[in-house]
Write a protein that binds this ligand. Structure first.
Ligand SMILES: [Zn+2]
Ligand SMILES: [Zn+2]
Length: 71
């Protein structure tokens, strides 16, 4: 998928989800395959909470953030 299109789709989905009171959050970093970025404390525009929506407490659904109990 084209990164710019993926980002725009994510924004639309995020707005829709918040309007309906539910949010399956997926980091834009994850969408771009930048998992080091989505897990980092520092974003491109400042500090951020790793793997979490900046508009609500939803955690990123990307598999790269899931704990593996049997690891
Ligand atoms: Zn990720
Ligand atoms: Zn959210």
């Amino acid at each position: 998928m084209i990164p710019a299109l993926a980002g725009r789709t994510a924004v639309v989905l995020t707005r829709w989800a918040h309007r309906h009171g539910t949010h399956a959050y997926l980091s834009t970093g994850c969408l771009h395959g930048e998992h080091d970025y989505c897990r980092a404390l520092d974003g491109r525009v400042g500090t951020k909470t790793p793997s979490r929506c900046k508009f609500c407490p939803a955690n990123c659904v990307c598999h790269c953030h899931q704990e593996t109990p049997d690891a």
